[in-house]
Design a protein around this ligand. Structure first.
Ligand SMILES: NC(=O)c1ccc[n+]([C@@H]2O[C@H](COP(=O)([O-])OP(=O)(O)OC[C@H]3O[C@@H](n4cnc5c(N)ncnc54)[C@H](O)[C@@H]3O)[C@@H](O)[C@H]2O)c1
Length: 309
């Protein structure tokens, strides 16, 4: 059973015309229990059972929902992904996290469960809207800041080829970036330590995303720059590191500043499911290729954010 969204069905439906399929809407707004119920009803209507195999064909939204449904339908059936956005190829389809949003909280309901395969066809990125490509590229930049300084240089040098989807350039970009996430997940699947590093830029980025209502990658781009500034203010990284990160993000033509106030950011972070007994594991940057976890109280984080405004 293929689970896909309307855009993918319109563009690529002819490739899976002979398969059973369930087509859902698009966008973050459909990552809900209502969509899960709709899919489960359709699975039943179409006679699916424990022997059914689900293939999610789409971006992170489709993969997150398809993986979640497959994990709970009849206590779990096998599944795989055909990942169709840059973001889902380097990030969402790797690492076993599947889930849906609940009452405005992202990915609040979910499971850890790995697909049996992930297929990444670079050619499919050619139909991806440029804004979506850039959004995915921000996650690739994030991976390089975490653990791959050469990957960061590669993006700086090959930006035009990346944005015009030169196949061999994207292939290297994907392989390197996927490796960063796979290495981290292999060390810490359930996010008790090392995996938290993948939240780089996301504590602030998620708060910006929900307040400014801009695309995920754009918000994370701002979150990365603010995190770099905050790390510099705290004495953990130098000014050159901040300059290089800001200048790469600027050269992709992504927004770099936010009008969101410290109070709004802290208000949102307070509700973050990842905070623990009032404390936040904030990911600081030491240099490009090295980050570390710094546990802060909300008050400490608020003071640090105030320092960079
Ligand atoms: N599970 C995880 O570990 C993880 C990690 C990161 C992000 N995510 C989740 O991923 C989601 C975002 O994923 P996304 O950025 O891929 O967004 P998306 O799935 O919403 O896709 C973006 C848009 O591009 C369209 N699209 C997809 N592939 C296309 C193609 N090849 N050609 C043309 N259009 C195409 C989609 O229909 C959609 O309109 C978020 O919900 C986020 O929470 C999950």
């Amino acid at each position: 059973m293929i689970i896909t969204d309307q855009n993918i069905d319109r563009l690529y439906g002819s490739h899976f015309a002979n398969f059973n399929k369930i087509v859902i809407g698009t966008g973050e707004k459909i990552k809900t229990q209502t969509t899960v119920e709709y899919i489960i009803e359709e699975l039943l209507n179409k006679g699916c059972d424990r022997h059914t195999f689900i293939v999610g064909v789409g971006g992170g939204v489709v993969c997150d929902i398809a993986g979640f449904v497959a994990s709970v339908f009849m206590r779990g059936i096998p599944f795989g992904f055909v990942s169709t956005t840059l973001l889902s190829q380097v990030d969402a389809s790797i690492g076993g996290k599947n889930g849906i949003n609940f009452k405005g909280f992202k990915n609040l309901i979910g499971v850890f469960n790995h697909p049996l395969f992930v297929i990444c066809d670079i050619n499919m990125l050619k139909t991806l809207p440029i804004e979506e490509l850039k959004s995915g590229l921000v996650e690739v930049i994030k991976h390089s800041i975490i653990n791959q300084p050469k990957g960061f240089d590669f993006i700086v040098k090959n930006l035009d080829d990346i944005l015009s989807i030169d196949i061999s350039t994207i292939q290297k970009l994907l392989m390197d970036s996927i490796q960063v996430k796979m290495d981290i997940v292999a060390k810490d699947e359930k996010e008790s330590g090392e995996r938290k590093k993948l939240n780089l830029g996301h504590t602030i980025g998620h708060a910006i995303e929900s307040t400014e209502r801009i695309p995920h990658g754009f918000a994370i781009a701002k979150g990365l720059i603010m995190t770099a500034k905050l790390s510099q203010q705290a004495g953990f990284c130098n000014e050159e590191t901040v300059r290089r990160i800001s200048s790469l993000i600027k050269s992709i033509d992504l927004p770099t500043t936010t009008d969101v106030s410290t109070q709004q950011l802290i208000g949102f972070i307070q509700k973050d499911k990842k905070k623990n007994l009032g404390k936040i594991d904030f990911i600081m940057i030491k240099k490009i290729g090295e980050v570390f976890i710094k546990t802060l109280t909300l008050k400490e984080l608020e003071n640090k954010i105030n320092n960079i405004f």
